[in-house]
Design a protein around this ligand. Structure first.
Ligand SMILES: C[S@@+](CC[C@H](N)C(=O)[O-])C[C@H]1O[C@@H](n2cnc3c(N)ncnc32)[C@H](O)[C@@H]1O
Length: 469
């Protein structure tokens, strides 16, 4: 018996009492939506996740993954489609890993996102889901991304540039992405033509060899930036790159070569070489301007960022004499929004270059009431508490993992009147809210905001207030 056969036999014995088996074709009624936008259904009482299926649909699937408590099925046919199912606009949809919800009307996407947040508030937070407001989306859910990052691969004879396929690093060829701003698609097309024309050796992820790894486009109010990420300082025909980009895209004001010699999934390396123009482009959110270098973090959808931060500001309800802590402040975008209305804002962020950017952004915009600290929030928050800092409002905007317990306990000990929680992961937000509720805070409202239409992501901002003793 071959190794593969033995493995299959072992798997089928192990899962012998499950209602489905590997490769089986089954019919599934979809009733819910999973965290990555996939449909969730049952075969008997056994959970089956089906990417690209929608609640209310009956679908036929082939079981492709089988675990003790769930299975994943590949969609074979939609036998009873949901009312909000539509034909995806993008021809790469389903192959490219970028979008997960193009097969649903935009209204349907917003409703799904609201439902996703309601589910976690109820299931994880053990709170009333009616505190979740309908998701706020933009008027136009397409062409919003101001930053594109395209991997380059394949061979010198057959160079590929485009998008990572769903669940892998295989490159799907393409230079036109419908959620990208058109300017970025123009950059992608010119760079693809140039890399082919100049026959630049593409990067090989497996061997670490080759020259060009990624092409990045960033769009700002002051101009466009092109970043060519290479494995070493050698970029053959660098002058021809600059000439081709300048000639075809006169709006480009900055061309940078970034060097990343490491065999890693991190896109940018530490060193930049300016090939043409300025080191920065400038963009703004409302009346606050930001200088963007290749390494600067900036929200990719500024229109919806304004909606999210305005909501945070409304919840904070500042009158001008408050001290505010913005934990996980990044480059200080929220801090500066808050600083307009508060007496003093303290930003805490673990990445030093982000804090340097935050200080620079504060200075350039004329703020004198901000203080930015490079530190782990789990260390700095208890320290500020011990030093007697008692903010009126605390804002959290953590990474997907949410806040560490020390951050939450010291926040509670500081007794702010309000806690405003901004989150890119509703599940960890609900978990943290439950901890705050157990420690003297009440959840007032959760506002989901769609920063990433066509994808399964949803941002939220929640208001908690201290219960009067
Ligand atoms: C979702 S981003 C917040 C972005 C920020 N509000 C902005 O607009 O730039 C989360 C930030 O938390 C930072 N971070 C991650 N772990 C941290 C920690 N333990 N302590 C402080 N900051 C941390 C990340 O570097 C990142 O900048």
């Amino acid at each position: 018996m071959g190794k593969q056969q033995r493995k299959q036999e072992k798997t089928s014995k192990k899962w012998a009492n499950l209602p489905v088996s590997m490769d089986e074709i089954v019919s599934v009624n979809i009733h819910g939506i999973g965290s990555s936008g996939e449909g969730v259904g049952k075969v008997q009482d056994f959970t089956v996740f089906v990417p690209f299926a929608l609640p209310g649909e009956t679908v036929t699937v082939k079981i492709t993954t089988l675990k003790k408590t769930y299975a994943v099925g590949q969609l074979v046919s939609v036998d009873m489609p949901a009312d909000n199912r539509i034909e995806p606009k993008c021809e790469l949809y389903g192959t490219c890993g970028g979008c997960q919800l193009q097969h649903i009307t935009y209204e349907g996407q917003l409703a799904l996102k609201t439902q996703k947040v309601r589910d976690v508030i109820e299931r994880i937070g053990h709170l009333n889901p009616d505190l979740v407001k309908p998701t706020k989306g933009p008027e136009n859910p397409w062409a919003y991304r101001n930053k594109m990052q395209m991997p380059v691969g394949g061979t010198k004879q057959h160079i590929k540039m485009g998008f990572y396929a769903m669940g892998s690093h295989d490159i799907v060829q393409g230079t036109n992405c419908l959620i990208q701003r058109d300017e970025n698609n123009q950059i992608a097309q010119v760079c693809y033509d140039t890399v082919v024309h100049l026959s630049i050796e593409p990067y090989n992820e497996l061997t670490g060899e080759g020259i060009l790894r990624h092409v990045i486009g960033r769009i700002g109010e002051s101009g466009w930036m092109v970043i060519l990420v290479t494995t070493s300082e050698s970029l053959p025909n660098a002058d021809k790159w600059v000439a081709a980009i300048r000639e075809q895209l006169p709006q480009v004001t900055s061309i940078v070569q970034n060097i990343n010699p490491k065999k890693t999934n991190v896109i940018l390396g530490p060193k930049n070489i300016l090939l043409y123009g300025d080191e920065y482009i400038r963009d703004s959110i409302k009346d606050i301007s930001f200088n963007l270098s290749p390494h600067s973090f900036f929200q990719v959808n500024p229109e919806q960022t304004t909606v999210l931060y305005d909501q945070a500001l409304t919840y904070a309800d500042l009158q001008g004499d408050e001290t505010v802590i913005d934990a996980y402040c990044g480059t200080g975008t929220i801090s500066l929004f808050l600083a307009h209305k508060a007496k003093h804002v303290i930003g805490i962020e673990i990445v030093e270059p982000a804090i340097l950017d935050a200080r620079e952004n504060a200075k350039r915009n004329g703020f004198t009431n901000t203080e930015f600290i490079v530190a782990d929030a789990a260390v700095e928050m208890p320290k500020l508490y011990k030093n007697g800092v008692r903010p009126d409002v605390i804002v959290f905007d953590p990474i997907r993992a949410g806040c560490k317990e020390e951050v939450l306990t010291s926040a509670v000990a500081m007794e702010p009147k309000k806690i405003v929680y901004v989150s890119c992961n509703p599940a960890t937000m609900a978990r943290d809210i439950a901890i705050l509720v157990d420690n003297g805070y009440e959840l007032q409202e959760v506002q989901p905001v769609d920063m990433f239409p066509m994808t399964s992501h949803v941002e939220c901002v929640a208001l908690m207030s201290r219960v009067q003793k």
